[in-house]
Structure formats: structure tokens, C-alpha cells
Design a protein. Structure first.
Length: 270
């Protein structure tokens, strides 16, 4: 019967000696010490940089994994294991994993972009990807928003990083804008006084920039006025609804007619 050819690993382990094992062990120790030194230097560099803490942590973890893989390859070479085959195997495995989790990798890349550029922070109120809400959590794969109606919304970072993001909190203040119509019979001065009085009675309105009332357009049966004032970002909704109430009250007090559409029905007797 023909002899069975010895296996690759049989040849490798058969050729191992105490000296080669000691050299491999010494190489492993030196590599681990080198990895520790490199990681210590890298963490100091990342700490001094302006990178977000999470991004710095992910970079450090990725570099450590690469260094440990290099360590395995170097030690395998010391043991006489053909690393060319190992590298090829690792390449095939990495390609398979990449194809299987390409959506996850896209979200991870988007998360790194968001963490690095910081278009928003925890607690900011934003509008993005068709959703509005307060940012509660930013992970490597998704961003969590809490909507005003009490829903938790998870947006994939791959989608979020490629969308337009509106940050309502970043500048610290917002402009409240309300359009209201008044009759042509009311003078512009009377309407302006009524609207400015409504703004004055509304709490949490900032004095600077000053509130303003402008004539916006002339309709078929009314004039449209545009009133705006500024407030802190967190007070926006409270100021908006309070101002709407005060406008109705002040119009009644100043005798300004708030117009609305009328429907006249004429019944003709035959």
C-alpha cells in the first residue's frame, strides 16, 4: 500500500525543538511588551487630541487588535508555520465577514463620523432622517431620539451621517415665528401695538434681539402680519403656545378684528 503523506501540521510539530519553542516564547513576550508600549503611547496621543472619547476608544481597540494579529503571525513564523497560508486564510475570512456585515460596517463608519464631527450632543433637539426628538444616546451603530410624544426613535448612523441634520439647540436660542391675519379696516399701527403687547405679556421672551412685527402679505379680505421674537431653545414650545393665546386676548382688547373665512349661503325662493 502507498504511504500516506505526512500532514502539514505533522511536519511542523515533528520539527519542533525545545530551542525553537523557547525562541517562540521569547518572541511572544517581546511582542506583548511592544504592544503594551505602543498602546500606552497611542492612548497618550489620543488623550491630548481633540477626538471624542468614544472615537479614541474605538481607535485604540482597533489598533490593539491589529497588533495582536501581527503578534500571532510573528510567533507562528518562529514556530515554522507558513504564515502565507494564514494570511490568505485571514484575508478570505475578513472578506466573508465584510460582505456579511456591510450594513453594520456602514453604520459603524457613520457613527465614527458623527462622533468625530459632533453635529449634535446628548440633550440637543434635532430633526433628521424624517424624525424629530431629543438626543438621548449615541452609539457606534445608531442614535436614539426621544420624540415629544414619548417615543424612542433609533436611527442607523449610516443613514443619519448622510442626511441633513437640523440642530435646534446648538445656538442656545430660537426664533418664534407666528403669522396672523387682521382686517383691512384695522390700521397697521393698531395691529402692531396689539402684537407687541402680546409679546410683552408672554414670559421667557428675550429682549435682544428685539421682537418685530412686519406686514407679510395682502390677501383678498385680510392683511397677513408676521410677528417674531427670540427665546432660549428649551423655552420654544412654551413661548410659542403662550404667544398664540396672548395674541387672541390682545386683539380683543385693542379692538383688532382677527379675520377668518366666511361662507355665505343664499336661499332663493322660486
Amino acid at each position: 500500500m502507498p504511504e500516506t503523506p505526512p500532514s502539514l501540521f505533522g511536519d511542523i510539530f515533528g520539527s519542533l525543538t525545545l530551542t525553537s519553542l523557547l525562541f517562540a516564547l521569547l518572541t511572544l513576550v517581546i511582542c506583548l511588551i511592544a504592544v503594551k508600549i505602543v498602546m500606552t503611547i497611542l492612548r497618550k496621543i489620543l488623550k491630548r487630541s481633540k477626538l471624542d472619547g468614544q472615537v479614541a476608544g474605538y481607535i485604540a481597540a482597533a489598533v490593539k487588535i491589529v497588533l495582536l494579529i501581527l503578534t500571532v503571525l510573528i510567533v507562528a513564523d518562529r514556530l515554522g508555520i507558513p504564515i502565507t497560508s494564514l494570511v490568505a486564510l485571514l484575508s478570505v475570512l475578513s472578506l466573508a465577514v465584510t460582505l456579511a456585515v456591510q450594513t453594520v460596517l456602514s453604520n459603524v463608519a457613520g457613527g465614527l463620523v458623527i462622533l468625530a464631527t459632533k453635529p449634535f450632543a446628548i440633550g440637543d433637539y434635532i430633526s433628521a432622517a424624517g424624525s424629530d426628538g431629543t438626543v438621548r444616546e449615541v452609539t457606534l451603530t445608531h442614535t436614539a431620539l426621544d420624540s415629544p410624544s414619548g417615543m424612542r426613535i433609533l436611527i442607523p448612523n449610516g443613514t443619519l451621517s448622510g442626511e441633513k441634520i437640523i440642530n435646534y439647540t446648538k445656538l442656545g436660542r430660537r426664533r418664534v415665528e407666528i403669522s396672523v391675519s387682521a382686517s383691512y379696516d384695522d390700521s397697521v399701527q393698531d395691529v402692531r401695538r396689539a402684537l407687541l403687547e402680546a409679546v410683552r405679556r408672554t414670559g421667557k421672551v428675550l429682549d435682544d434681539p428685539a421682537p418685530a412685527v412686519l406686514v407679510n402679505s395682502y390677501g383678498d379680505s385680510s392683511i397677513e402680519y408676521f410677528v417674531h421674537c427670540w427665546c432660549k431653545s428649551g423655552d420654544y414650545l412654551a413661548v410659542y403656545f403662550a404667544l398664540n393665546e396672548e395674541i387672541r386676548t390682545c386683539f380683543e382688547e385693542f379692538g383688532v378684528t382677527m379675520t377668518y373665512n366666511h361662507l355665505n349661503v343664499h336661499i332663493l325662493d322660486k
